[in-house]
Design a protein around this ligand. Structure first.
Ligand code: NAP
Length: 515
């Protein structure tokens, strides 16, 4: 089925990004939009990840929309069901359901140069035309499954952490968990007591700090509800505490040594066995990979039924896993907590822009973008949580809200000026990428560890190498001077020239160097 009239805006995804964008469109008086969701429910990563122990590692008072704060969070770090319920509540409260089209998995998007609109194809056979497309598809949803020899020979259940098989009861089973990232350190304590034996296959020991988690009392919740100022204050404090970490990540790396002492104490207080302590003590600079937080991970590893295996996995067999030393670990279930394909979430899409330019060709040298929002050659398309806007130190919801403000302003200016095409200029993009990659060199993420933040060439297309308030200042207004714009009556060649040193370029320069 093909829609005849082009929608003003097609939003893809119903995680924090897609829902936040939809709310903003409604607030701006745009009703001619639809939100396309592959599943039958909203929630993005908080719908997909249902593994035991799944919770956010950013405090909920900050990891929530600024305009939709929730005084009822039951604890400092809400668990997955509570965050998912919050997103469903927000959807209902803002009356988004009439705009949401469930069961629509985007399979292809191509730009029509003549009509200046996007043709969107969905797995269910529907095709939709849209003048603008906003991609809120997130970066962490394509499971990364290592290709171990013999993986298909294993006769028991094996699944990825983001595709948890709730039909399998792990009680009394022998279980292998591969990986020791943010997901695994939540899964291991949640299942350790029910399984007969748990083998934790650790390739790299992560840095794990104590988690300042606690339940909120009824009195506190009532206070947050009655005096929103208190909740705002709590949110601001949490924001500042997290933001200050970036100082250590970029400018004052010796501070990270102090944090390492806290993390070592976290190990020592829970693990008495010296061999195990040594095994789980990281060998890279703190911050280079995501800093994890947990109070129950090390105590779980210290349990008598849990073994940490540091030998490399050689192959998966019919009955379990064989390590590089030839030792066999017989297990009933294998859980792959091995992470996600990040930038590939967009790079693997069937996504073609002007003159049929494929995103794979545009990004041959890396996921180059402007502000992580536009990519040259893909007009009227906006990414939320696009390249180089992930965080190692603060709440992604803050970044998403910054991006939504920028996209809403771009769309508003386009409507006002009747632009049918808005495409970032390659020179503006090159300048932005140069600043970002330059800033990246002095961050802890470039200190030599291997992480999913980096591509095969060691370049970081994932994280924002600055303060988040700097990003917010840069995304406050859409500046048409960095774009080629065209009204319906004009030729595609007509552009607004970039002034020699425009306001945005000045901001980009000064804030990134300050960042
Ligand atoms: P991850 O951080 O990428 O961790 C993957 C783990 O699998 C790492 O320990 C990795 O080891 C290991 N691994 C990968 N391939 C392997 C192989 N071939 N053999 C052995 N081990 C292998 O993935 P994740 O834990 O799913 O977390 C991904 C991201 O999701 C997080 O960084 C975070 O952004 C997000 N997340 C957030 C929360 C939250 O609370 N907000 C919770 C869960 C996840 P190496 O370290 O050696 O590569």
């Amino acid at each position: 089925m093909k829609s005849v009239k082009a929608l003003e805006v097609a939003v893809i995804g119903t995680g924090f990004s897609g829902l936040g964008m939809a709310i903003r469109l409604k607030k701006d008086g745009v009703e001619d939009f639809a939100v396309f969701e592959k599943a039958a429910d909203v929630g993005g990563t908080w719908r997909e990840n249902t593994y035991p122990g799944c919770a956010c590692d950013v405090p909920s008072h900050l990891y929530s929309f600024s305009f939709e704060q929730n005084p009822d969070w039951t604890r400092a770090f809400a668990t997955q069901p509570e965050i998912h319920a919050y997103l469903k509540d927000v959807t209902r409260k803002h009356d988004l359901l009439p705009h949401i089209r469930y069961g629509h998995q985007l399979t292809a998007a191509s730009f029509d140069d003549e009509l200046c609109q996007w043709n969107l194809s969905f797995a269910n056979g529907n095709e939709v035309l849209a003048k603008n497309v906003v991609l809120g598809i997130g970066g962490l949803h394509i499971p990364q499954l290592p290709k171990f020899d013999g993986a298909d020979d294993f006769t028991g259940p094996a699944f990825h952490s983001a595709e948890w098989n709730h039909d399998i009861d792990l009680t009394g089973k022998k279980v292998a968990v591969i990986g020791t990232g943010a997901s695994a350190i939540q899964i291991i304590p949640a299942i350790a007591d029910k399984v007969e034996k748990l083998y934790s296959f650790q390739r790299t020991a992560p840095w794990v700090m104590p988690k300042p988690d606690r339940e909120y009392s009824e009195r506190e919740k009532a206070l947050f509800a009655k005096v929103p100022f208190v909740q705002n204050l709590s949110r601001d404090l949490i924001y500042n505490q997290h933001e200050v970490r970036f100082v250590a990540f970029r400018y004052a790396k010796p501070l990270l040594k102090g944090m390492e002492l806290v993390a070592r104490h976290n190990i020592n207080k829970s693990i008495k066995n010296r061999v195990l302590r040594r095994k789980v003590t990281p060998l890279f600079d703190m911050g280079c990979k995501r800093v994890l937080i947990s109070n129950d991970y090390y105590p779980a590893l210290a349990k008598p039924n849990v073994d940490v295996v540091t030998a490399r996995i050689d192959q998966v067999t019919e009955t379990g896993i064989k390590d590089s030393g030839g030792k066999q670990y017989d297990v009933d279930v294998i859980i792959y907590a091995t992470g996600f394909k990040t930038v590939d979430a967009i790079a693997n899409m069937n996504f073609s822009g002007r003159n049929g330019l494929k995103i794979q060709d545009a990004w041959k040298a890396g996921a180059e973008s402007y502000m992580g929002i536009h990519t040259a050659g893909f007009p009227n398309a906006y990414f939320l949580m696009g390249p180089n806007t992930g965080l190692g130190h603060n709440s992604m919801v803050y970044m998403i809200e910054s991006q939504i403000q920028y996209v809403a302003d771009a769309l508003k200016q386009a409507r006002k000026n009747q632009w049918s095409l808005v495409d970032v200029k390659p020179e503006a993009q090159r300048h932005f990428v140069g600043r970002i990659q330059g800033a990246m060199k002095s961050t802890v993420w470039a200190s030599g560890c291997q992480s999913w933040y980096l591509d095969d060439q060691g370049k970081n297309w994932t994280l924002w190498p600055g303060f988040t308030f700097a990003y917010r200042a840069m995304t406050r207004r859409f500046d048409p001077a960095v774009c080629e714009v065209k009204t319906s009556a004009e030729s595609p060649k007509k552009t607004v020239p970039i002034p020699k040193r425009n306001r945005l370029a000045r901001l980009t320069g000064s804030l990134l160097s300050a960042a």
